[in-house]
Write a protein that binds this ligand. Sequence first.
Ligand SMILES: Nc1ncnc2c1ncn2[C@@H]1O[C@H](COP(=O)(O)OP(=O)(O)O)[C@@H](O)[C@H]1O
Ligand SMILES: N[C@@H](CCC(=O)OP(=O)(O)O)C(=O)O
Length: 370
Amino acid sequence: MSEREAIAKARRIVVKAGSSSLTTPQGTIDANRIDALVDVLAARRAGGAEIVFVSSGAIAAGLGPLGLTRRPRDLATQQAAASVGQGLLFARYTSSFARYGVTVGQVLLTADDMIRRTHHRNAQRTLEQLITLGVLPIVNENDTVATDEIRFGDNDRLAALVAHLTRADAVVLLSDVDALYTGDPRRPGVRRITDVHGPADLAEVELGGSGRVGTGGMVTKVEAARIAGVPVVLTNAASAAHALAGDGVGTLFHPAGGRRMSTRDLWLAHATTGQGRVTLDAGAVDAVVRRRKSLLPAGVTGVEGDFAAGDPVDLCDPSGRVVARGLVHYDASEIPELMGRSTRWLARELGAEYEREIIHRDHLVVLTEQ
Ligand SMILES: Nc1ncnc2c1ncn2[C@@H]1O[C@H](COP(=O)(O)OP(=O)(O)O)[C@@H](O)[C@H]1O
Ligand SMILES: N[C@@H](CCC(=O)OP(=O)(O)O)C(=O)O
C-alpha cells in the first residue's frame, strides 16, 4: 500500500490548519472557510475515521475585535488577542460541527504539558477519552498562559506531538501554500516538491519564514514532518478533501524508516527548551552521545542558568555546541560543588543522596550524532 493510500485508509488522523486558512486579512474568523473545512472533516469522520483537529488562529482572530491591524510583537497583547480569538474560533467550530451532529471538545495545551511526564499522560488520557466518547478534539496551544521561554509558538510541531500522543496514523498540515516549494513561492521560478523521503530531498530547498499571520513558516512544518513518525501531507485548506482522499496533492513527507524515537525522546528534543547549560568534558560527551550513558558529576566542567531539579537543560561539548538535552536531577546552584567529583567521593563526603547521576540516561536525548 502506498503512503497516499495509507492516508486514505487511516483510522486516526491529525489535521492541522494554520491561522491564514481560518481568518481574514481584517483579523476576524473566516466563517466560510471554517465551514468548508468542517464539511471536509465531518465527511471523513462519517466515513469512519477519527479526527483530531489542531487549529491555529486564536491570535489572528482576536486582532479585529481588538482594533489591531497587525499581529502584535509583544507577548501580552498576543495573549490578549488569543484570549478573545480562541473563544470566537471555538464558538464557530461548535456551531459549524453541530450541523453534522458532531460534538467538539476544546483542548488547550502548553509546552509544559509535553515536558512533564504526568501532564503528558494526563493530556493523552483526556484526548483518548474524548475520542472514545465520540467527541472531536480541537487542540490549540494555551496561548494566554504560555510564556516566551516555554512556548511552541507554532502549531506544526504541536500537531506532530499530538500525533504521537494519540498514536495517529497520519498528519495533514493545511496552510496557505498548496505545497512545499524549492523556495518561497512568493518568488518566481520555484518548483513544487512532491515527495520528501529524507534530508537529501531538502538539500536544495530554501525554507522561508511565515506568511501574513502564521508562525514558523516552512521550517516548523518540515520539522513537524520529521518528528511525526507517520506520513505527513502538506497542502492548502482548499485541497483538504483531496489530501485526505490520498490524492497526489501537496507534498508528501514519508516517515523515516529505522528506529523511531520514543514519544518521551521526542518531547524532550522538540517540545522543551533548555532552561540552562551544563558543559561536559570530552570523556563525558563520548559517554553520553556515543555510549548512551548517564551523565555523572565527574564529567561536568561548567554550569550556566538558573534551573531547578527536574528542568530540561542543554548539555554542551567543550566547544559550547549543544549535543544533548536531559531532565536534570539537581538545582543549578548545587552543581558547582559536585562538578569533577566521582560519585563515590560525593557519597562519602556529602551523603548517599549525592551518589546520583546529574542526568539519568532515561531522561536524556542526544541531539547530534558525533
Ligand atoms: N520553500 C517554501 N515552500 C512553501 N512555502 C514557503 C517556503 N518558504 C516559505 N514559505 C512561506 O511559508 C508560508 C506558510 O507558513 P505559515 O505562514 O507559518 O503558515 P501557517 O499559518 O499555515 O502555519 C507560506 O505563506 C509561504 O509564503
Ligand atoms: N496558537 C497560535 C498559533 C500560532 C500560529 O500562528 O500558528 P500557525 O498559523 O499554525 O503558523 C494561535 O492560535 O494563534
